[in-house]
Each structure stands twice: as C-alpha cells, then as structure tokens.
Design a protein around this ligand. Sequence first.
Ligand SMILES: Nc1nc2c(ncn2[C@@H]2O[C@H](COP(=O)(O)OP(=O)(O)OP(=O)(O)O)[C@@H](O)[C@H]2O)c(=O)[nH]1
Length: 309
Amino acid sequence: MASPGAPDARPTIPVSVIGGFLGSGKTTLMNRLLAESPARTAVLVNDFGEINVDAAVLNSGDGLTFELANGCICCSMADGLASAIARAVAAGPARILIETSGVGEPRRVAEYALLDPALHLDLVVTLADAANLPDQLEDPLVGDTVARQFDGADLILLNRVDMAGPQARDAARAALRRLAPGRPVIETVRAEIPAALLVRDEITVFAAAPHGHHHAGHDRIFHPLTLTDPRPFDRAALNRALGRLPRSLLRLKGWVQFTDAPRPQLLQWVQGQWEFGPEAADQTSATRLMAIASAPGLDLAALLRGDAD
Ligand SMILES: Nc1nc2c(ncn2[C@@H]2O[C@H](COP(=O)(O)OP(=O)(O)OP(=O)(O)O)[C@@H](O)[C@H]2O)c(=O)[nH]1
C-alpha cells in the first residue's frame, strides 16, 4: 500500500522504435503489434515526404496516432519528435511505438526519445528486406544509410523472405552477421512474429555502441517526389509503367485513381514489386502518390503515364 506523502514514483512508459529501410515492412509490423496488443498504444509515425501514407494505413483505431510528416526524425525532425512524444505522453498510453522513416536511424531516434524522462526504452527493432538488402548495401548512395539502421538494434527481422530466392536470402543472412554480429535475427513473412517476442525480457539484448558520427545530409541523398493528379489511370497501362520504373526509384506508395473504380486504391511499390490494397477511406477521387528516389530530377508523372497518354 502506498503511504501518504510518498514521493510520486510514477512508472515510466515503455517506448519501442521500429526502423528499417524503405519498404522493409515497418508499417506491416506496427499493424501486427497494434492488432495483438491489448494495451493503449500511442503510435508515432514519420514519413519522408509530404503525404503521410503510413498514418492512414495504420490501424491504431483509438486516435493515438501522432504524425511527423515531411522529414527524417533522426535528423531534421528532432524537435518535431520531442513535441510529438510530449503529446503522446499527455494522452496517457500504456506504451509508445515509434516508426521511423525508411531512411531514419532507429537507435538515434530512440536516443532522442529517451531525453523525455517519462519514457524508458523497451526495444529497438530493425527490419531488413531479404530480397533487396544485399543490393541496398552495395549501392554507393544508400548503402551507408541502410547499414547504420542496424546499429544498436536489439532485434532484427529479416522480412520479405517469401520474395527472396535462396541465394538472396543467404547473402542477406551473411550481411546481417557482418553488420550486427551476435544480434538475434528472426526471418519473417509480412513481419509475422508473436507480439510477445517483441518485449525486452523475451530476448537477449546486446548493447551495441552506435557508429561514431551521424550520417548527415539525407536530404541530399533521398529525393521525395509527389504526384497529385485528378486524371484517372488506365489499370493495364499503369501496371506496365510500374514494371519498368528506374532503379533509382526506391519506394512508391499512395492512392491511385483508376478509370474502372469509383475511389482511389492503395498502391505499395517496393523496388520492382508491387501490390494494390484497399480503397481510400476519404472521398477524394484523385491520385495521390509519394515516392523516394536516390537520384534527383525524376518526373513521376512522366514515368507513370508513360504510354498512357
Ligand atoms: N511479399 C511480401 N510483402 C510484404 C512483406 N512485408 C510487407 N510486405 C508488403 O510490402 C509493402 C511495404 O510494406 P510496409 O510495411 O508499408 O513497409 P514500410 O517499411 O513501412 O515502408 P516505408 O514506411 O514506406 O519505408 C506493403 O505492400 C506490404 O504489404 C513480406 O514479408 N512479403
């Protein structure tokens, strides 16, 4: 029983940070955790671009989603993170999940988050795309950013293993052994993992020192693009265009208005593989897409319209 006048020793709120490169499955994991967790979970999401697709795709349900749009929370959005955390804490959640942008450094985000004395760190989880990790690491532009995302991760999910052939999978496993020696790696499809495993006590946690200096200048390497267009797309023509997008396009997502559907449909494109999801919940009948490229000057409209016009 608490004695009257005892100091206020309120328990701190556990925070977990979910990171990983563009399209690796972060939002998929967040949705899995939200679906399985009975606790009141506050969710902070950060998209690198003007359209925060992830906030719309997350099924947090109870209004505890806090968006951090248009930046990278590990660098330029540090102030935005502090104020979003303060708003989340004020809502009195049982825990907080932070999804970093696909170019963010999860351990660094965790360090910023822990500046708030109301929080304690639960886990830093980094997802890797089994089909694309080796190529991403070898890419002279993005490789360094991808490698740094494993710094200080408590747990790594090697996701999208269904999309990776045996060779790619082996190469991804070898890369993770090199980048994060001794760290637990779980191989997953659609980030399917029991939520109980994502609690600190359940796994062996290795404290890894992050790299000495921060890789500044994401804004020079990653170029966000948006396309808002009221003209509907022909489905077959768009599918053809999606199949021949350049390698420098790293990620494309948002809603596409087709000629044969009343409402725009969710498009998720990750390095040459894509799928369509549910229709948009709002009434806007226009295409709204955001993309990230590792080369400047791409014309998203021209790439997607291609032979359609
Ligand atoms: N085939 C396959 N698709 C997956 C898997 N995991 C996620 N996806 C799909 O890949 C796409 C990207 O997944 P997201 O969870 O949005 O990835 P993300 O890391 O949040 O992406 P960004 O936030 O844009 O960086 C979506 O269409 C997912 O449904 C997987 O293991 N296998």
